[in-house]
Design a protein around this ligand. Structure first.
Ligand code: NDP
Length: 245
């Protein structure tokens, strides 16, 4: 199926930032959406806004660290809309800090959200895609998957894992599946500077103010990968502000 219209797309991290804007972008182009995140009120607000604008969306409260939650998300696509065409694994957390602060809960959250969460999505969607003989994974990494800057090492390591897992999945995907990595640079979202050490957060917030691009830049990159014809795989997109080194 070429294009976005009619596709059933599950998307994690839909309650704010890149996920919220991507959901709105895809809904505006006729996708049928299954949106996941933990904050029910924020998620419902996104679903309500899309529905009020004539779009099609359902919300499922999920923590991507939990395997059964991802299964509920992807199964909702099949139960409500009869199939699942795309899983966008976008949920993420950027709670960064220097190692000496030993913010091990933040390290655990990044591993659980970016690595375990991605694997839970693959585990949930792959059997559906194989059964259908079609499907697409779109995994959101970061420019931090390409270069390590202090104090972002744990974040960068988990995003590097997203990149590696995506490439391995692509190599095993065969002719019926498409696998796309989208790596944004600095993007103007509430996730920048949220959590982690106050000093690191302040530095990120300053950078956000100086160089961030709008989340719509990432949404249209994701849309571009999705709208290609079945046999065409956009394997990797890096999208960053021109002023980002
Ligand atoms: P936001 O904080 O605005 O969005 C993050 C989203 O992920 C929220 O919807 C949040 O929802 C969800 N989320 C976080 N943890 C979990 C979890 N365990 N289970 C389910 N949902 C979860 O930040 P961004 O939009 O900036 O981030 C989106 C993605 O883009 C992330 O993967 C991030 O790493 C990546 N990215 C962002 C960049 C930037 O500069 N902004 C640059 C490069 C990559 P809730 O809290 O409701 O669960």
């Amino acid at each position: 199926m070429t294009g976005i219209k009619g596709k059933v797309i599950a998307l994690t991290g839909a309650s704010s930032g890149i996920g919220e804007v991507t959901a709105t972008y895809l809904a505006g182009r006729g996708a049928r959406l299954v949106l996941g995140a933990r904050r029910e009120d924020r998620l419902n607000a996104v679903v309500d806004r899309i529905t009020a604008q004539g779009g099609s969306a359902v919300g499922v409260v999920v923590d991507v660290a939990h395997r059964e939650d991802l299964k509920r998300l992807t199964d909702t696509g099949v139960d409500r809309f009869g199939r699942l065409d795309v899983l966008v694994s976008n949920a993420g957390t950027m709670a960064v800090s220097p190692f000496d602060e030993l913010r091990q809960d933040d390290w655990d959250a990044m591993v659980a959200t970016h690595i375990t969460g991605l694997l839970n999505g693959i585990g949930a969607a792959l059997p559906i895609f194989r059964r259908q003989r079609s499907g697409q994974f779109v995994n959101v990494a970061s420019t931090a998957a390409y270069v390590v800057t202090s104090p972002l090492a744990v974040y960068a390591a988990t995003k590097t894992a997203v990149k590696v897992l995506t490439e391995g999945l692509r190599q095993e995907s065969g002719p019926d599946l498409r696998v796309t990595l989208v790596s944004p640079g600095f993007t103007d979202t509430e996730g920048v500077g949220k959590g982690g050490s106050p000093e690191a957060a302040a530095a990120l917030l300053q950078q956000r103010a100086e160089i961030a691009m709008p989340p719509s830049a990432v949404a249209s990159a994701i849309g571009y990968a999705i709208e290609q014809p079945d046999g065409v795989d956009i394997s990797e997109i890096v999208v960053r502000p021109t002023v980002q080194a």
